[in-house]
Design a protein around this ligand. Structure first.
Ligand code: B1H
Length: 831
């Protein structure tokens, strides 16, 4: 298809470069009204807040468009190696503020809106965040593409445009009830559909052998059905640097040929059914964090988006005559966990079946084009796909996987002759408990590099999860500790602290977070500490105001704000936090401590449970039950409160985290691969109470033991306890305080006298406790007592909080991106 006008333009306006609108409040006003009137088709006087929001978002977009086009032109004309980030999740959070910050337009826009009688805050509140991810893994992808744009690295993020993102959580009688997330229903001003760039994706059918014109034996895939992928483009603006990268999310549509064929047969209803079937593929995000269910639709999603992405890159992004031998000079596909790993056999198939390459050459190329990030250690989180399913959905890919495995196992046998046990352990295809493809093995064999997401995690990955592979390919394994974007999680979320930081260390720290170290000396300055406390106070007030309108919750004032926000999972141990809350409650109620002697505390939980995760949902119900009892009890009023705002998401995090005094990072050591919330809290001046797990280890090393509350077993201690046999009921029997607390819960004291509603929770703690909450209980209670005392020393606490900020600059995702460039993506990527 040809591009450009039929003849040379004669008018200067049509020749020139794209001119952005005038950067003034009047200029913005003009763009806004144009969008409102000609885009939304409504006058200001008749417009709803949603009309106004859509129009202003589109007007803001105008200011990014020239940079977007220019960035694309620059990248086309000076082709450098590109990062193709493949992720099934992008937990973006709201876009408006991010765009305003990237373009430095907050003041201009505020002024222009004020002249229309519109408040920017009202506009902000209109936006429904795109919840296209579950938790840390999806948010990490969003931070990484933000950083790559800020560093001007050529990157396209590839993913899925779920019609329904992560569910909206509601509580009914304290129990989680999921409501579909209809984020697209009021219109989405941030996306650009490109139906003209649709691609076809095949599924099913069978393969057959044939002899080509040159007499070569070849294989071809005769698919059974197909769908179309339509890309939707999102702008990914760098921070005030004129760079705008692209996030390309794929949406499934029925193929025209498919429904035409059925239409011709006269079965209209069947044609529509086929359409619905195809479009189901991108209908909904699986709300599973860390425990993938082996569902057919999920494999369809995974193949759908990587097939679209590879085809889009090879057929539409590379020049038409490109020599695919040079593919590794042009792109590195980063696999965000195993979810996109089916891209490996897909690239092999493209190179061999479609482009006529020989296996060995195709494999050499493929091995240079992928790198794999592992995000977990939990065995149940490792994706395995039944051979039967892969063979039915992707018969050619299964053959290729077998081909890869055969050659790989040959190498294993060569390197370790006679070690058939090892061969079985390392095989990409497992036989037991059922025949299945181990996606982590495939990714490790195919990837040029394999990385974990924090030092401890990368070490355990080598030593415990994939030791055979680490032995065979020692140079493949590396670490890149996660990071978070300081633009969204400090500058945007915490304007009060940001202003203080700028005053202290000068402007520009948002792009070089190591400069936070300049705050170090200010920790000793009593005046600065006072200002720091005032900023924290302002953030607490902002949170109070939000929770009042959002949840009807009235937070007490002047409390230590103790926050545990993350997905609900047993390994994260919300149960341990709950035991602490009940311990505090019981000790005041029983008169063991006088109410006036306790440090007033409000504990805030935020957590979604996977809808099918029974124990997680029981824990949510129990937290709500405990909160209800405690908040209604005059005996602890003013001393202890518990809040559990429903539907924790990125938007809530942005108000909650800056207000926190204490960050709860209490997973069983060895279980949390990294954590990224932990970094956000430290950067916002909360102190961490945490185990030696994930990135907590590095946070503690950097901020110092005096400014971090460590407790609990270390990973080797956990392993030793496992080996020696852990008996939680014995811990319970041996600790009178723990016994009182558990007995109180078990008695039904928080469930209207009904022990039945807590028995699943209590029985699991006493007789299973897979994540050893009871083993770490006493250590946790002890450290919390130290925290109560420490908080009472306001000056010392503030000093520690400032030092946390000053020493956490390492956790910028910009640094993570530098590490990927140095350790994984290699030369050729221009900075
Ligand atoms: C993380 C996941 C995850 N690890 C399966 N694994 C999923 C696994 O939909 N699924 O099936 C979804 C997500 N998510 C998290 O990644 C780790 O638990 C965190 O510790 C880590 O900080 C984060 C980012 O690396």
């Amino acid at each position: 298809e040809s591009r450009g006008p039929a003849a040379e333009p004669t008018h200067a306006l049509a020749r020139g470069p794209v001119v952005p609108p005038t950067r003034s409040s009047e200029g913005f006003l003009r763009e806004f009204l144009r969008e409102l009137q000609y885009g939304q088709g409504v006058t200001l006087a008749r417009s709803s807040p949603n009309d106004q929001y859509l129009a202003m978002a589109r007007a803001v977009r105008h200011y990014l468009m020239a940079d977007w086009l220019e960035t694309a032109r620059r990248r086309r004309e000076h082709p450098a190696k590109m990062v193709g980030y493949l992720s099934a999740e992008y937990l973006l959070g709201r876009q408006l503020d991010n765009a305003l910050l990237a373009t430095d337009m907050v003041d201009i826009v505020q002024e222009a809106l004020a002249e229309c009688g519109i408040s920017l805050d009202t506009m902000r509140a209109q936006e429904v965040e795109p919840g296209l991810g579950n938790g840390g893994l999806g948010r990490l992808a969003a931070c990484f593409i933000d950083s790559l744009a800020t560093l001007d690295v050529s990157c396209v993020g590839y993913g899925i445009r779920y019609e329904y993102g992560i569910f909206r959580q509601t509580f009914v009688d304290g129990r989680q009830v999921e409501v579909p997330d209809t984020w697209l229903s009021f219109g989405n001003p941030w996306e650009f559909p490109h139906p003209e760039r649709e691609v076809e994706v095949n599924f099913g059918g069978h393969t057959e052998q044939y002899t080509d014109e040159d007499g070569r034996e070849r294989t071809r895939w005769i698919p059974g059905w197909n769908v179309l992928g339509v890309p939707y483009h999102y702008m990914v603006p760098g921070y005030q640097n004129g760079v705008v990268n692209t996030l390309r999310l794929w949406s499934a549509r029925a193929t025209h040929a498919f429904d035409l064929q059925i239409f011709n047969s006269g079965d209209y209803a069947e044609a529509v059914r086929a359409q619905t079937f195809a479009e189901n593929i991108t209908k909904v995000l699986y709300p599973e964090d860390s425990t993938p269910q082996g569902r057919e639709l999920r494999l369809q999603q995974q193949y759908f988006f990587v097939a679209c992405s590879l085809k889009d890159y090879i057929d539409q992004t590379l020049p038409p005559d490109f020599d695919l031998k040079r593919l590794p000079d042009q792109i590195i596909f980063q696999l965000n966990d195993t979810h996109p790993v089916i891209a490996v056999p897909e690239l092999m198939r493209l190179l061999i079946d479609d482009k006529g390459m020989e296996w060995d050459e195709a494999w050499e190329i493929t091995q240079k084009c992928f790198a794999y990030t592992c995000h977990t250690l939990l065995p149940e989180a490792l994706e395995v796909w039944p051979v039967e399913l892969v063979g039915r959905l992707l018969p050619r890919h299964l053959e290729i996987i077998y081909g890869i495995n055969e050659r790989f196992l040959e190498q294993v046998r060569e390197a370790f002759p006679g070690d058939e046990l090892r061969v079985r352990r390392m095989s990409i295809v497992q036989d037991h408990p059922f025949r299945a493809v181990r996606m982590a093995h495939l990714a490790t064999v195919a990837g040029a590099k394999v990385n974990g997401v924090a030092e401890l995690h990368s070490q355990l990955l080598r030593d415990k999860l994939l030791p055979d592979f680490a032995q065979m390919y020692p140079d493949k394994f590396t670490n890149v500790t996660n990071g978070v974007t300081p633009r969204r999680f400090v500058r945007q979320a915490n304007p009060a602290l940001s202003e203080l930081i700028s005053e202290a260390v000068g402007p520009g720290w948002e792009r070089d977070l190591s400069r936070l170290s300049g705050l170090e000396s200010f920790a000793e300055d009593p005046e600065f500490r006072e200002q720091f406390r005032q900023a924290k106070q302002a953030n607490k007030e902002r949170l109070r105001a939000l929770l009042l309108v959002r949840d009807g919750v009235e937070l007490p004032e002047g409390h230590l704000l103790d926050v545990m926000v993350k997905r609900l999972h047993e390994y994260k141990r919300q149960s341990l936090k709950l035991l602490h809350v009940v311990t505090l409650y019981e000790s005041i109620r029983s008169g063991e401590v006088a109410a006036e002697d306790v440090t007033p505390r409000t504990v805030i939980f935020g957590a979604k449970a996977a809808p099918g995760y029974h124990m997680a949902k029981e824990t949510i119900a129990l937290i709500n039950a405990v909160a209800k009892t405690i908040n209604a009890d005059p005996a602890v009023k003013g001393r202890l409160a518990v809040a559990f705002p429903a539907n924790y998401n990125v938007t809530l995090a942005e108000t909650l985290i800056p207000a926190a005094d204490l960050s709860e990072q209490i997973s069983l050591a060895g279980m949390e691969a990294s954590g990224t919330g932990n970094m956000k809290f430290a950067l916002n001046g909360a102190l961490t109470v945490g185990t030696d797990d994930g990135a907590n280890v590095e946070i503690r090393q950097l901020v110092g033991d005096d400014n971090f509350f460590l407790f609990g077993m270390s990973e080797p201690e956990v392993a030793a306890l496992h080996a020696s046999g852990y008996v939680p009921s014995q811990v319970y029997a041996d600790n009178p305080r723990l016994k009182r607390v558990i007995d109180l819960i078990a008695s039904g004291a928080f469930t209207d006298g009904d022990p039945g509603r807590v028995s699943a929770f209590v029985d699991d703690l006493l007789y299973n406790d897979r994540f050893m909450a009871l083993a770490d209980y006493q250590s946790y209670i002890d450290v919390q007592e130290r925290i109560d005392a420490a908080y009472a020393d306001t000056e010392a606490w503030t000093r520690s909080a400032i030092l946390n900020v000053a020493r956490a600059g390492f956790f910028s995702s910009d640094r993570s991106m530098h590490d990927y460039l140095d350790r994984i993506w290699g030369a050729g990527i221009r900075l």
